[in-house]
Design a binder for this molecule. Structure first.
Ligand code: 8GT
Length: 139
């Protein structure tokens, strides 16, 4: 039964992996929900938008990079209640893109190994992603 009081909130995010086996994370601004936490770049899927197209758009808006849809590999998802909505967070792994990530939307950017990610404060939905990324990065 649909629950209009708890609408689905679909979000895409990217784990951009560099040649040194590090992942790019960005820090959320102080004026937003979950301020100061480190997260994977991405954002809400707009109505009528495909997830991969949303990720192309979000990465261009947030980092000024171009990631082809064919370079996005779906690797995991998270599903959990978040502030009166139900977050469905789709994680893609990307090893190729055009451009150098710029700090356009967040407070800070950092490239982190999986071990370093474990030391960062991240949104609760992201915690299981670290082990998933570690496995993919060993492949
Ligand atoms: N991009 C991103 N969002 C995440 C991650 N983990 C996680 O729980 N989220 C949540 O998913 C939502 C993403 O939506 P968003 O980025 O479009 O929205 P926002 O709150 O930053 O602000 P906005 O409304 O101004 O766009 C936020 O509630 C964010 O906290 C993650 O790793 N990356």
């Amino acid at each position: 039964m649909p629950n209009p009081a708890c609408p689905l909130f679909p979000v895409v995010a990217a784990a951009l992996i560099d040649g040194a086996g590090r992942v790019l994370v960005q820090q959320r601004p102080p004026d937003k929900q979950m301020a100061g936490l480190w997260e994977f770049p991405g954002g809400k899927i707009e109505s009528g938008e495909a997830p991969e197209a949303a990720l192309v758009r979000e990465l261009a808006e947030e980092l000024a990079i171009d990631v082809a849809e064919s370079d996005q590999t779906p690797v995991s998802f998270a599903s959990q209640a978040l502030a009166g909505k139900h977050l469905l967070l789709l994680l893609y792994l990307c090893r190729q893109w055009v451009g150098t990530p710029q700090l356009l939307d967040a407070v800070a950017l950092q490239w982190a190994t999986p071990a370093q990610l474990r030391e960062l404060a991240m949104p609760p939905a992201d915690a299981p992603f670290i082990a998933v990324l570690e496995r993919h990065m060993k492949e």
